[in-house]
Design a protein around this ligand. Structure first.
Ligand code: AMP
Ligand code: MG
Length: 336
């Protein structure tokens, strides 16, 4: 997971509060490599906010590859040597990550760590590696070499130098946990936005749906191209404009195709997934992005409760049936 501060500027989704007169209360913190924003309407208090941010920081401390003794760092350090027993929650997320690796045919792969490090996108060491380096590194990326033992909550990476990276799923999990804390504390209406992993729940006073803005890829953060109207859902986007660098006019972004070790290349700019569990939406949006529109749509069929908005490089947009989506930037057009 890349926790560089630059990522704070790069989240893909913006929650809109147009229909609220004001934000009754919101708190922000930098964690999980992004700005985490929590708004507890009806009603939050400092204890609930503190519990939520405590949990988010705990998840970061367990799952970040940038924290030396996180569970993930311990697993990576023991790659090829021995299994590592981890916290139950961490095990659950790794198990789910392996599930999504399997169902996506490896398009989503939590063992992508060595390729992420090689490119260093978002870090001061970002660069285009040589073909030779990519070929040498790629055999280390294979979710089949990720061995899990549910009896002991232990995790083993079979070969030395393999590395887990939960960057494509951990924020979703953290959003689910944050929302569960709010719900069990009796908060009737809340929005949680962890760098583009949004969860919103509860009925607004005027009974109108929530409005979630989709970032306009070509514009500054906060400028949207459209609005999704939703109720009690999670909305998660993976996009190529979130973290990238440009060299010789080529755009190198942070979502890798594990089949070739390069940033995934297709006609998509971003994929937004709308469903009930943010961890699943997070993994799915990354997986679908790597698969591209056709194969990604096939994968989506296995998750009938999930909907999606696909944004393409030619400014066209496709939504799956039932998505309530309004375009606000007229340079984009719906192709449904
Ligand atoms: P997201 O923004 O959720 O799509 O996640 C992107 C992050 O997940 C990257 O910054 C990497 O840390 C990691 N990642 C990149 N490519 C993949 C992939 N194909 N499968 C799983 N994780 C990935
Ligand atoms: Mg993701």
């Amino acid at each position: 997971m890349d926790y560089k501060k630059s990522a704070a500027l790069s989240a893909a989704i913006i929650l809109l509060f147009f229909s609220c007169n004001h934000i009754t209360s919101s708190q922000y913190e930098f964690a999980l490599g992004t700005v985490c924003s929590v708004s507890l309407f009806e009603y939050g208090n400092n204890t609930i906010y503190n519990n939520i941010f405590f949990k988010i920081r705990e998840i970061e401390n367990q799952m970040s590859v940038h924290i030396p003794f996180s569970d993930i760092s311990r697993i990576n350090a023991a790659a090829g040597i021995e299994p590592v027993t981890v916290n139950e929650d961490v095990f659950k997320v790794i198990e789910r990550a392996k599930y999504f690796a399997e169902v996506s045919g490896g398009a989503f792969d939590p063992t992508v760590g060595p390729i992420v490090s090689l490119w260093g996108i978002g870090s001061e060491n970002q660069r285009v590696p040589s073909q030779k380096e990519i070929e040498e590194t790629l055999p280390l990326v294979n979710w089949r070499y990720l061995e899990l033992d549910a009896e002991t909550n232990s995790v083993f990476l079979k070969y030395p130098n393999m590395a887990l990276d939960l960057g494509a799923i951990a924020k979703g999990y953290a959003a689910d946990e944050a929302s569960n804390i709010a719900k069990s504390a009796g908060v009737k209406r809340a929005s949680i936005d962890l760098g583009g992993n949004v969860i919103i729940y509860g009925i607004k006073k005027d009974k109108s749906p929530w409005r979630v803005g989709i970032q306009n890829p070509g514009k500054d953060r906060g400028i949207i191209l459209g609005i999704i109207n939703v109720q009690d859902k999670t909305v998660v986007t993976s996009g190529i404009y979130e973290r990238y660098f440009t060299e010789n006019e080529i755009h190198y972004h942070h979502i890798f195709d594990p089949s070739n070790g390069y940033p995934a290349q297709n006609s998509l700019i971003s994929v937004t997934v709308i469903t009930d569990i943010s961890m699943d939406a997070d993994a799915l949006s990354t997986a679908i992005f790597v698969l591209g529109f056709e194969k990604g749509s096939e994968l989506l069929k296995d998750f009938p409760q999930a909907q999606a908005v696909f944004i393409f490089k030619d400014n066209s947009i496709i939504t799956t049936p039932g998505v309530n989506f309004t375009i606000t930037d007229k340079t984009y057009f719906l192709k449904n």
